[in-house]
Design a protein around this ligand. Structure first.
Ligand code: SF4
Ligand code: SF4
Length: 78
């Protein structure tokens, strides 16, 4: 059986509607969030706090769940 080609999807890009945001001042740089991100979009900067790469993050919320300090929120993109 021949599969039909889906048309009209060419050039479409996935645009996430959400992103993670870290409250830097309260981050304890434990690194738990960095271990669960499937896209490696969150990193510890200078051993001091976690920062999210906005371009890469899809807002899945895994980092938020992993953060024992509860300093990550997932919010809608502008
Ligand atoms: S929301 Fe998901 S993709 Fe974004 S930094 Fe957290 S774990 Fe990674
Ligand atoms: S899990 Fe929370 S406290 Fe730990 S590095 Fe990530 S944002 Fe900071």
């Amino acid at each position: 059986m021949e599969h039909k080609k889906i048309t009209g999807m060419e050039g479409m890009k996935f645009k996430p509607r959400k992103k993670a945001v870290v409250h830097r001042a309260q981050c304890v740089a434990c690194g738990s969030c960095t271990k669960v991100c499937p896209l490696r979009a969150i990193k510890i900067i200078r051993g001091a706090y976690a920062a999210v790469c906005e371009k890469t993050c899809v807002g899945c919320g895994k980092c938020r769940v992993a953060c024992s300090a509860s300093v990550i929120r997932v919010e809608a993109r502008a």
